[in-house]
Write a protein that binds this ligand. Sequence first.
Ligand SMILES: [Ca+2]
Length: 189
Amino acid sequence: MKNRLLTFAAIAFLGTASSVAQAMPVNVAQLYGTASATSTYSIHAPSRAIDGNEATTWVTNGGSPLRINLGQIFEVSKISLLRELPDGQYSGDQIPYAIYSSLDGNNWDLISSGTFINDVDDRDDYLFSSGLSMQYFKYQATGPSAWVGLAEVQIFAEQSTTASVPEPGALALIGLALGGLGLTRRRKS
Ligand SMILES: [Ca+2]
């Protein structure tokens, strides 16, 4: 009976430890990305598209691609594009675009295409349930509109961790809990 109780306690604590340690997707574009473009208007640099601030924007009047190098290959679960916030200063009416991924920066695979419809907080999300391997991202405006602005490109992936191994602190807690349980039962008996 005592051994069975201890086993249940250990399973309960291990379950807690592993769920706490599970990796959450993070915005690897903001954390590790480097953004570049062949055309930029004024002070609205490419880095502003991955700075985590929705009030800053990369702007071009040439429709050139925006490229983001993540620094290493990630298994991407979600890409979110946020058009510039509605100050209206650089927004066109409708801006069709295409987005691409690449492992080497030379060979590009089309992810999808879309259209930003209006000036108001327009966000497009792309989900990849089985993961999309990529190190490089490219946004290319494909329509006739000259002005393009992107407030944020968010690329979500789980960071590589040893998520299944409880940390020393968790193991110590398990030991303390098992010890306490044993002590309690001894006092009762
Ligand atoms: Ca920004």
